[in-house]
Design a protein around this ligand. Structure first.
Ligand SMILES: [Cu+2]
Length: 527
C-alpha cells in the first residue's frame, strides 16, 4: 500500500514536470528578453482607464490601470523599443533620480460609475494642485485631473510603490498600481571599478564564443544606493498581485451605469484565481517586454544572469496577499525595504539586511535585494569552457576559492574545486575528458525530465536524459539555441503552491525561470 502511494506520487510529480517542460518549450520559441523597463523624466502625464488583461487560460479580464495620457511620447529607459498605452498593468514604471522634483498629473478616464481616483506616493512629501478632496489625498473626479509634486531627497534611492488612494480595496485590485525607481544621485567608486567596470560600456569578453559581439549594459545605474554594498551587474523588478475574477466581473457589469461614483462592488470574500508578476502569469511572463500580444501588460518576468554577477531584485507586493517568493539557486541578501537601506546599528557602514530563503512580499512594501550564483559546490564545471576559443582556461583560487584574478575570463568567479569536472560527454565547452556525466546533487537540481528539458545543458545531456527529441525543444529553440548557449534554469516561484496555478491549472501563476547563462552566451535584453 505504501509503495503504491509512493509510485503514484512520483508519477504525478513526473507528469507535472513534463507539463512544465512542454509549457516552457512552447514559450521558449520566442526571443527571451528581460530588463527593467520604464519611462524616464521628471514630468509624467498619466491617465486611469479601463481595458482587458489577457490571461494564460484565454480569459480577458476587465481591469483598470494607469497609462500614459495621449500627447508627447514618453522617454523609455533600458530598452530600445517600447510603448506606453493609455492603460497598462502595472502602471508605467517611473524612473527618476534622487534630488529631482517629480510632477505627476493624473487624468481620471475611468467609467462614470467608478467615481474619483487618485495616486498615493508613500514615502514622499507630496504637494497637490487641482482635483477634489479625498480621504487620503486630492483626487481626480470623473474626467477631471489632479497634479502631485514631490521632491526626492538627494540622499534617497531605491524601489518605491505607487497606487490608488481611493477605494483601495477595489481600485488597487482592479490594477491601479505601479513602481517608482529612484536612482542614486551618487554612485560609490567601487561600483564603477573592477568587474563592474566591464558593464560600463560594453560588457564582458568580446571575442570568445561570439567574436565581435559585445553585451550591452542593461542597468539603470551602477548601484542601487550610494553604498559600496549596493553595486550590481544586472537588475529586474517584480511586482506581485492577484486578481479575483468575480470582483472584476461585478465592476464590468456596473461600469455602464450613468450615475457618478455609484459602483458598489463587494471586495469580500476574496478568492483570487490569477497570480501575476508584473501583470502577467507563467508562461506569458516569459515573452518579451512590450510583446504586441499584451498591449496592456508590457512588462515581463524573465531573468537572466551570468555566473558570478550580482543581480539586483526590486520586489513590490502590490496586491492584497503575501507571497512567499522563492529564488532557487541561492538566498537573497536584502539591501533595503521601502527605499531604506538596512544598516548595522553598531556600524552604520555595514549592511545588515537578512539573507532570505523566500523574499516574502507584503502588500504595499518594497524590497531591494542582491542575488548571485557561482556554481560553488555543484561538483560540476558549470562554466561552459569552449575549446574552439583556443583558450586554455585556468582557475586560480583566491582566498575564498574563486577564480577572480581575471574579470574578463569566461570562468570569472568559478569555484576552482569544480574546475574541469566534466558536465557532458561532448561538452559545450572544453572540458577534455568527456562523460559520463556526474549528475548534480538532487537537492541542487531536479534530475529527470526537468534536468534534460533544460536547453542549458547542451544537446548531449538532453539526448541522454530524454532520448532524441528531434525538433522538440530544447533543440531548435530560437531564444535558447543549444549549440551556442549553456547554462542552468532555476525555477523561481511562490511557495504557496496554489499560486503557481492559473485558475487552478498548473503550471501558471507566480512562476518564472532564472536562466544562468555561460559568459559565452550574450544575453540580449534590448527589446
Ligand atoms: Cu522553491
Amino acid at each position: 500500500m505504501r509503495t503504491m502511494n509512493m509510485k503514484k506520487a512520483i508519477s504525478k510529480t513526473q507528469l507535472l514536470l513534463a507539463t512544465v517542460v512542454v509549457a516552457m518549450a512552447l514559450l521558449l520559441t520566442a526571443p527571451a528578453y528581460a530588463a527593467t523597463p520604464g519611462i524616464t523624466g521628471t514630468t509624467f502625464n498619466l491617465t486611469a482607464q479601463s481595458a482587458f488583461l489577457s490571461q494564460p487560460d484565454g480569459q480577458s479580464v476587465y481591469s483598470w490601470g494607469y497609462g500614459c495620457a495621449t500627447g508627447p511620447s514618453p522617454s523609455f529607459a533600458g530598452i530600445s523599443t517600447g510603448f506606453c498605452n493609455t492603460m497598462q498593468v502595472p502602471g508605467p514604471t517611473l524612473i527618476v533620480t534622487a534630488g529631482q522634483t517629480v510632477t505627476v498629473t493624473l487624468a481620471n478616464n475611468l467609467p462614470t460609475a467608478a467615481g474619483n481616483t487618485s495616486i498615493l506616493f508613500p514615502g514622499f512629501q507630496v504637494a497637490t494642485s487641482g482635483g477634489v478632496a479625498g480621504l487620503l489625498t486630492q483626487e481626480a473626479a470623473h474626467l477631471g485631473s489632479v497634479t502631485y509634486t514631490f521632491t526626492i531627497p538627494s540622499t534617497a534611492a531605491g524601489t518605491h510603490a505607487y497606487y490608488s488612494g481611493t477605494q483601495g480595496d477595489l481600485q488597487v485590485e482592479m490594477g491601479l498600481y505601479g513602481a517608482i525607481i529612484v536612482l542614486p544621485s551618487e554612485v560609490p567608486a567601487p561600483c564603477n571599478d573592477g568587474v563592474h567596470a566591464l558593464n560600463l560600456t560594453a560588457k564582458g569578453p568580446t571575442s570568445l564564443a561570439h567574436p565581435g559581439v559585445t553585451e550591452p549594459d542593461f542597468r539603470l545605474a551602477h548601484a542601487a544606493y550610494n553604498h559600496p554594498g549596493a553595486c550590481y551587474d544586472r537588475e529586474y523588478i517584480f511586482q506581485f498581485s492577484e486578481i479575483d475574477p468575480r470582483i472584476h466581473r461585478q465592476a464590468e457589469e456596473q461600469s455602464a451605469r450613468a450615475c457618478t461614483g455609484c459602483m458598489n462592488v463587494a471586495t469580500e470574500p476574496y478568492v483570487p484565481a490569477y497570480f501575476m508578476i508584473n501583470g502577467r502569469s507563467m508562461p506569458d511572463l516569459m515573452d518579451p517586454n512590450y510583446a504586441p500580444e499584451y498591449p496592456h501588460q508590457p512588462y515581463n518576468g524573465n531573468p537572466h544572469m551570468h555566473p558570478g554577477e550580482l543581480v539586483l531584485l526590486r520586489i513590490i507586493g502590490t496586491g492584497r496577499w503575501q507571497h512567499p517568493f522563492h529564488e532557487h539557486g541561492n538566498h537573497v541578501r536584502v539591501l533595503a525595504r521601502d527605499g531604506n537601506l538596512i544598516l548595522s546599528a553598531t556600524n552604520p557602514n555595514d549592511l545588515a539586511g537578512p539573507l532570505l530563503f523566500t523574499t516574502t512580499t507584503t502588500p504595499g512594501l518594497t524590497m531591494d535585494g542582491i542575488f548571485y550564483w557561482t556554481s560553488k559546490g555543484l561538483n560540476w564545471d558549470a562554466y561552459g569552457h569552449n575549446a574552439a576559443s583556443g583558450s586554455t582556461l585556468s582557475c586560480t583560487a583566491d582566498g575564498n576559492g574563486y577564480n577572480t584574478s581575471a574579470p574578463t575570463a569566461i570562468n570569472y568567479f568559478e569555484w576552482c574545486q569544480d574546475h574541469n569536472k566534466p558536465m557532458q560527454a561532448h561538452p559545450f565547452g572544453d572540458v577534455a575528458s568527456g562523460g559520463p556525466t556526474t549528475l548534480p546533487d538532487p537537492t541542487i537540481f531536479a534530475n529527470g525530465p526537468w534536468f534534460g528539458g533544460s536547453p542549458y545543458l547542451g544537446p548531449d545531456a538532453t539526448v541522454r536524459a530524454v532520448g532524441n527529441t528531434g525538433t522538440t525543444p530544447p533543440s531548435g529553440t530560437v531564444a535558447n539555441p543549444p549549440d551556442s548557449e549553456a547554462g542552468f534554469a532555476f525555477m523561481w516561484h511562490s511557495h504557496n503552491e496554489r499560486e503557481i496555478t492559473t485558475n487552478n491549472v498548473f503550471p501558471g501563476g507566480m512562476l518564472m525561470m532564472m536562466l544562468v547563462d555561460s559568459r559565452e552566451f550574450v544575453i540580449d535584453e534590448s527589446n
